[in-house]
Design a protein around this ligand. Structure first.
Ligand code: TNX
Length: 543
């Protein structure tokens, strides 16, 4: 267990401006997520970050991080430090690598210099985020960094946030801001839910109708599948150029994008484009309702497998991620049970009901395996939602546990790697309070900030070997009821703060102390112009 050696909170201290010196304010290293070690020497003269401070970055990778850091400083202080490849005699912040595991960092603050040393460039970047968040908000002033040592090693290697840009469309610029929000919180995996029943948002050259037809719906049902529809068309998709740009933007922020092509269910937008891919042949529409559609890809049709190969070829061409998410959730078997082609396929494959699964569940496993094998041949690995365990699944596939924690536990015990994203703790489409006016998915119980923070991803009874299979934690922002990006920010901030602590910190939890740190993060949200849930900062316990 990691220890906080010495954590001293600083009240924001304004130093009287001498004639030659600008106003200054003292930084506080107890940020969100909390570093493992914060040891400061309050007697020593602090390091002063001022317009004359130089950021030292020896190579181009570090220079990219230095540029981003200079931008953060500029937003908060109004001045933008210069970047150099060699250190002057004093008054510099130097970026270094070689300290600890790849995502770890150590910040060594002396009176005349700061060295931020990561296990890799990513670790250094997280150290810079800590220096950024240590600043108590926006103001035209210098920053006094107390002398001392600050270090952290994240608890999990996979620190994810998911964003659903299918149910509603968000511009490429909004997606970039989402990525910036993740970077601020030390997250490194962006799970991009880019296709679903209500909209296909990924351009695939060889299948143009996916976006021509599948990215548009004229209106949407009001509420939870009432008889009424709004009159707001929803459309949009990301071009190859935009995707490559977003992938590069994320990589600069040490974030890998894991795209999700949800299959074989959640495919109605694709069926609207190519009706032959369904069991009944359609016609289908890009769905204007919510929930789980009975119309899924026909698993008895060979052209469906060829279709999936083409989609995956486009995906692997655009996204360098080792992991590709292939969905697998909520795939009703109603059509397959009646479909002659699916039943013929079941017979050909010799699939039978047994104690654990139905023949149709095994047929889904066959589809998933086809896609996972196609990806494996390209050196990629598949992630799937926990339903894919139902019909049997190779342990090389990573399981994402969303229907509570059970899927993740079963998976880890069976030797799969697992990512924990239980709806009960980490679904950011759920309301944030019991207030009548609180927006959010109204079919679910509100998910309070304290509940998010209280989540423990590794079950107590796990052995070390089982625990090692829990590779990470992720929060999911489904967007059925999130029509604008500002609203998406409201749903995720400050819940991202609680998520970041789950992903980074293994020391015992202290909600009151977390809330104090979070209050200071709010000033950084303000400086960036992020929309967030103000009331969550005063959140009290569930009644
Ligand atoms: C379940 S989580 C879904 C999504 C919905 C979400 C709404 C998962 C794998 N499937 O399709 O958007 O609930 O909370």
């Amino acid at each position: 267990m990691k220890q906080i050696a010495l954590a001293i909170g600083f009240a924001s201290l304004f130093v009287a401006a001498a004639c030659s010196q600008r106003e200054a304010v003292t930084a506080d290293y107890c940020v969100v997520p909390l570093p493992d070690q914060v040891a400061v020497d309050t007697a020593a003269t602090p390091f002063r970050l001022s317009p004359s401070t130089v950021i030292v970055a020896a190579d181009s990778a570090a220079q990219s991080d230095a540029q981003l850091f200079a931008g953060y400083i500029s937003t908060l202080t109004g001045f933008s430090p210069k970047i150099a490849d060699r250190a002057p005699s004093d008054d510099y912040i130097r970026l270094a690598t070689g300290c600890g595991t790849p995502d770890a960092y150590t910040i060594s603050v002396a009176t005349d210099s700061i060295v931020v040393c990561g296990g890799s460039n990513a670790g250094t970047f997280y150290g810079l985020q800590t220096l950024r968040k240590a600043i108590p908000g926006k103001g035209d002033r210098d920053i006094l960094y107390p002398v001392g040592t600050v270090s952290a090693t994240p608890r999990f290697a996979y620190r994810g946030a998911h964003f659903d840009t299918s149910r509603h469309f968000f511009s490429a610029d909004s997606v970039k801001i989402f990525i910036d929000m993740m970077a601020m919180h030390g997250m490194n995996r962006f799970h991009w839910h880019i296709t679903d029943d209500q909209g296909w948002r990924l351009e695939v050259d060889s299948l143009p109708l996916l976006t021509e037809v599948g990215s548009k719906r004229p209106n949407t049902v009001i509420g939870w599948n009432t008889a009424d529809y709004d009159s707001v068309p929803v459309s949009g998709y990301y071009t190859h150029e935009q995707i490559r740009d977003i992938v590069a933007y994320a990589a600069e922020r040490h974030i890998t994008i894991i795209p999700e092509i949800d299959l074989p269910g959640h495919m109605q937008a694709a069926l609207a484009a190519y009706p032959d891919l369904g069991c009944t042949g359609g016609p289908y529409e890009v769905w204007r309702r919510w929930g789980v559609s009975d119309d899924v890809l026909c698993a008895g049709n060979d052209s469906v497998y060829a279709f999936l190969d083409r989609v995956m070829d486009a995906v692997t061409d655009l996204f360098p991620s080792e992991y590709i998410h292939i969905g697998g959730d909520e795939c009703p078997k109603t059509r397959w049970e009646k479909c002659p082609k699916c039943q013929a396929k079941i017979r050909t494959l010799g699939l039978r009901d047994d104690r654990n699964s139905t023949a149709e569940q095994k047929l889904q496993s066959h589809v998933m395996k086809h896609v996972a094998d196609h990806l494996a041949a390209k050196g990629r690995k598949a992630i799937g939602w926990d339903e894919i365990l139902e019909g049997g699944c190779d342990t090389s596939t990573v399981i994402m546990s969303w229907r509570g924690v059970r899927g993740g536990i079963t998976a880890a015990k069976a030797g799969h790697d697992a990512i924990m994203t239980p709806a009960t703790y980490l679904y950011f489409d759920y309301k944030q309070s019991y207030d009548e006016s609180e927006p959010g998915a109204y079919y679910a119980k509100p998910l309070l900030l304290e509940t998010v923070y209280s989540y423990e991803p590794i079950p107590e009874e796990f052995s070390d070997a089982e625990a090692a299979h829990i590779i990470g934690v992720q929060g999911n922002t489904w967007c059925e009821y999130i029509p604008t990006f500002r609203h998406a920010q409201y749903m995720t901030l400050p819940r991202f703060g609680a998520l970041a602590e789950l992903q980074w910190v293994s020391s015992p939890k202290d909600y009151a102390a977390f809330m104090q740190r979070l209050a200071r993060l709010r000033a950084i949200y303000d400086a960036e112009g992020y929309n967030y849930n103000v009331k969550a900062f005063e959140a009290s316990k569930e009644e």
